[in-house]
Design a protein around this ligand. Sequence first.
Ligand SMILES: [Zn+2]
Length: 119
Amino acid sequence: MATWEDVVAYAKGAAQTVGKKTDEWVELGKMKLKLSELHRDIAEAHEGLGRLVYDSRKSGEAVDDMIDACIEHLDDLNGEMERLEEKIMFTKNAVRCDKCGTPNANTAQFCNQCGEKLG
Ligand SMILES: [Zn+2]
């Protein structure tokens, strides 16, 4: 019977056999998918906020708490989107170390993981 350690070792082995280039593209694809989901969530949150304000004006019901919660949610989503966009830009422009495969900023002269000279 396979132990938990076997499973972990297998998963690590499987990850290592995948080429670095493939890895990078899978990662980028996932991030782009997540980004498009975030764009949709943000659009929906804006729509919800608009509807909330509209309904509140129509009915005269006070919904300040709900509006605050909506804005907080939007701030979270926007922050997440900014971080993800930065990460995508970094991954796109990253220079991979020949020695260890670590992505480094394209302005870096040496690998921040192993110190190998880049470029
Ligand atoms: Zn390196």
